[in-house]
Design a protein around this ligand. Structure first.
Ligand code: PGA
Length: 247
């Protein structure tokens, strides 16, 4: 199993200077860390890449176009992101599925575009509250992943990273219980394992310094994708430390 991974999604917060300051604070932490990636807003990426070049922390983007280049006003391609120093990109985040009407077929195209540009996609999947109440969570996750497998193939999905982020837990302060998260992670691992393949599985959804330890004790949770608690270096590093203690 790969080294545990902690990813911080800064969403649409901050400015170029506050992002560079936060990156500098992260780079200054000397404690033993899991692998780490931060996802600043697009325009903050160059500054953050520059600050983090003195650390082992990688930088990714929160989104990309499914097109490689051309007359697509307002879009940013995977190649452009790789060119400015990104190594990873989020695809299928629930906020983009909800607010930007990104359906699973588009997510699959973005996933393929990311890999074609040499970026590692982090594929976000998760059920809504209604789907969980209807006990459909495993079916929903299976379908979301299968749509991507149909486009790029299972082996390519396993070279990426999957983040289970229940929609009802993202940005709400309500976290999945360790058992709820483990059930889905175990299910994904078993589904991929049937083909003899494996991938790194992150949990995301209101992770904070208080709930992190219990989540990371679960055997199939290989790391975290953190939103709100990644905006302060001390909270993010506290979570990093708890990953180190549990993994
Ligand atoms: P949250 O966000 O930690 O604020 O719930 C998680 C995410 O959006 O990846």
């Amino acid at each position: 199993m790969a080294k545990p991974l902690l990813a911080g999604n800064w969403k649409m917060h901050g400015t170029a200077s506050s992002a560079a300051k936060l990156a500098g604070e992260l780079a200054d932490y000397s404690a033993e860390k899991p692998d780490m990636i931060v996802f600043p807003p697009y325009i903050c990426i160059p500054g953050v890449v520059s600050v983090l070049s003195r650390s082992n922390i990688a930088v990714g983007a929160q989104n990309l176009s499914h097109f490689s280049e051309g007359a697509y006003t307002g879009e940013i391609s995977g190649q452009m992101l790789a060119d400015i120093g990104c190594s990873h990109v989020l695809v299928g985040h629930s906020e983009r599925r909800t607010h930007n009407a990104e359906h699973s077929e588009l997510v699959a195209k973005k996933f393929a575009a990311a890999q074609q540009s040499g970026l590692v996609p982090i594929l976000c999947v998760g059920e809504t509250l209604q789907q969980r109440q209807d006990k459909l969570q495993l079916q929903v996750i299976k379908t979301q992943i299968a749509t991507v497998i149909n486009v790029v193939g299972l082996a390519s999905v396993c070279k990426a990273i999957i983040a289970y982020e229940p929609v009802w837990a993202v940005g709400t302060g309500e976290t999945a219980t360790p058992q709820q998260a483990q059930q889905v992670h175990g299910f994904i691992r078993a589904e991929l394992g049937e083909q003899g393949l494996d991938t790194q599985l992150l949990y995301g959804g209101s992770i904070n310094a208080k709930n992190a330890a219990d989540l990371f004790t679960q055997p199939d949770i290989d790391g975290g994708l953190v939103g709100g608690a990644s905006l302060e270096a001390k909270h993010f590093m506290n979570i990093a430390q708890q990953i180190n203690e549990q993994k």
